[in-house]
Design a protein around this ligand. Structure first.
Ligand code: AMP
Length: 129
């Protein structure tokens, strides 16, 4: 079971943003910016491009709704999307509010947010959904 499957199952805590029958969204614990969110399929697949065409498309539609809510909650030029998957072997899309292209550099120092701040960020996105 991947760490993200444990999060989806509720065995590991997270700051949940959204969920439907196939996908789950929660805050990245090492955010590049306030609002940095991960979208994951409930199906345990490592490489995103191993998803079926239908699931890959549906994952992006789900991510779109979350991204639009992130943009409302955290005004930015655009919400950027990135797929790396080098650390956690469970497909996921990073959604990151951007003021400039530099905001999507994963080598940037990560924000340190308190538990209260993470809760406020997740709540703000949920309200904007
Ligand atoms: P990558 O697999 O390279 O896309 O990176 C995995 C991402 O998952 C990183 O940005 C981590 O900060 C994030 N991450 C790892 N564990 C957790 C967790 N328990 N809760 C939230 N985010 C996590």
């Amino acid at each position: 079971m991947t760490i993200f499957s444990k999060i989806i199952a509720g065995d590991i805590p997270c700051y949940k943003v959204a969920e439907d029958d196939k996908f789950f969204a929660f805050l990245d614990i090492n955010p590049l910016a306030k609002g940095h969110t991960l979208v994951v399929p409930k199906q345990e697949v490592d490489y995103i491009f191993d998803l079926s065409d239908a699931d890959l498309a549906a994952m992006h539609v789900f991510a779109k709704h979350v991204a639009l809510a992130i943009g409302k909650a955290f005004p930015c030029k655009k919400v950027g999307e990135a797929v790396l998957g080098l650390e956690v072997p469970h497909a996921h899309i990073h959604l990151v509010p951007m003021q400039s292209e530099k905001d999507l550099l994963f080598s940037n120092p990560k924000l340190k947010l308190t538990d209260e701040e993470f809760k406020e960020v997740a709540e703000a996105i949920r309200k904007a959904l």
